[in-house]
Design a protein around this ligand. Structure first.
Ligand code: SAM
Length: 421
């Protein structure tokens, strides 16, 4: 596959390239797998269809958990189908080397080196879960040196802000809407006599007064609209520096994605909330028992779906509420009766439960394969979303850097956008 030169292109040009790839490949990733009764793209991608059915069920999670293995197993087949069709999507954009936002000028090892002396660190990190502490120390290491006061957006207990205040004796304002988190955070800060104060406020407040020009605004994992709101307020206030790590792109108020940059606004892509969950879909290491429960639940839900379509004579998916894990230790029939009652579906007297259970497992095998192929595009979609934010900031007069602040194993949401006026 040809290599690409994305790292030498402007952010806007990179966004356009990824946009072309995502638009062309929509049938492979923009589908509702649980509604399908066959591979929806099998006719146009026969080699890929064969390859995905050749994978053992027991391999799927392991492949899904490792992007390079997924690419290695499926991209050659996709490439073959594209060649046969005489089209070129430039699949090299799917390779991790072109999607990585890692900044090679920064040694990622330095990010995890202790920033405090040993004793302070032990006390400081005592209330913070291991992964969160690693994220915070890595994030802090990427904060530009300056004396600008800091605004920590959607701070939770303000762990990040506290470390920033401690490391540089910088004044930090931590904005968070849950009073209990503000109280807990303020107590920590007071105990350490740090220049950090909490403001219990709603980040969506249109009258948001907290963003200033002479300021560094930071946001670690502020979800969807929360970090987008920060970008918009910062643009308005002319805030000098921003360092944010976006997450949960699907947590938005609008029904579909509202592009930010002019490049993304011109795109033909229309992204639903379900599409926006794609970047977050990656199998994680789970115990064998939990894996089995997940697969069983998926099969039972799909089985009930087949059943309810026939009972209601309506060929439409019907979402069922979340279940208790204990229900999976009961019988399939009991699960279906509970699901039917919760959705007011009337069941016939005589139901061939084994038949529907078999259907459910067949649909589960299919769904997992449709999702696996869609996952070839999860990192591209995430990069597209990140570049939309980056380009929006550039268009608002910022110089922007896109990098990674921690290893993927510490957090898969490891992208960092740094913007400077
Ligand atoms: C995913 S947590 C991240 C917390 C912290 N930055 C961290 O990384 O540990 C998101 C935080 O945003 C807060 N939040 C949610 N909606 C908010 C709003 N409308 N205004 C202010 N904070 C909000 C939540 O209470 C939560 O503490």
């Amino acid at each position: 596959m040809p290599q690409n030169n994305s790292h030498t292109l402007s952010f806007a040009a990179q966004l356009k390239q990824l946009d072309r790839l995502l638009c062309a490949s929509r049938p492979l990733w923009q589908n509702r797998s649980f509604e399908c009764t066959q591979l929806p793209w099998a006719e146009d991608f026969p080699t890929l269809a064969k390859a995905v059915w050749q994978l053992e069920d027991s391999q799927l999670d392991e492949i899904d958990a490792c992007q390079s293995r997924l690419n290695e197993l499926l991209l050659p087949s996709l490439h073959e189908d594209l060649l046969a069709a005489g089209v070129d999507w430039n699949l090299s954009f799917l390779l991790p080397s072109s999607l990585s936002t890692a900044d090679t000028s920064i040694d990622t090892a330095t990010a995890t080196e202790p920033l405090l002396d040993f004793e302070d660190m032990a006390h400081f990190s005592a209330h913070i879960k291991g992964r969160k502490w690693q994220q915070i120390t890595a994030f802090s290491a990427k904060i530009p040196a300056s004396n600008l006061p800091v605004l920590e957006w959607c701070a939770g207990k303000g762990h990040l802000g506290r470390l920033i205040a401690k490391l540089n004796q910088r004044s930090v304002t931590s904005l968070e809407w849950q009073q209990s988190l503000c109280d807990a955070g303020q107590q920590f800060a007071d105990k350490w006599q740090l220049p950090q104060r909490f403001i219990c406020a709603d980040a969506f407040d249109a009258q948001q007064q907290q963003l200033k020009k002479e300021q560094l605004a930071v946001a670690l994992h502020a979800c969807g609209d929360l970090h987008v709101t920060l970008l918009k307020h910062a643009k308005q206030a002319g805030t000098k520096q921003l360092v944010i790590s976006p997450c949960c792109y699907h947590l938005i108020k609008a029904k579909s994605y509202q592009p930010l940059s002019s490049v993304a606004k011109e795109s033909e892509l229309k992204l639903s909330r379900a599409d926006l969950q794609l970047p977050l879909q990656q199998s994680t290491i789970a115990s064998e028992k939990h894996k089995q429960y997940r697969l069983q639940e998926m099969a039972w839900r799909l089985a009930f779906d087949s059943l309810q379509r026939e009972m209601r004579q309506v060929d439409e998916y019907l979402p069922v509420p979340s279940i208790k894990l204990s229900q999976l230790n009961g019988s399939f029939e009991a699960f279906c009766r509970w699901a039917a009652a919760s959705k007011q579906v009337v069941l016939n007297e005589s139901i061939d439960w084994a038949h529907y259970q078999t259907l459910g497992y067949a649909r589960q095998r299919l769904t997992r394969r449709i999702d696996l192929v869609a996952h070839l595009f999860r990192a591209v979609l995430e990069k597209w979303l990140l570049l939309d934010r980056v380009c929006y900031l550039e268009e608002s007069g910022y110089r922007v850097e896109l990098s990674e602040f921690c290893a993927n194993s510490v957090s898969p949401r490891n992208a960092l956008i740094s913007a400077f006026k």
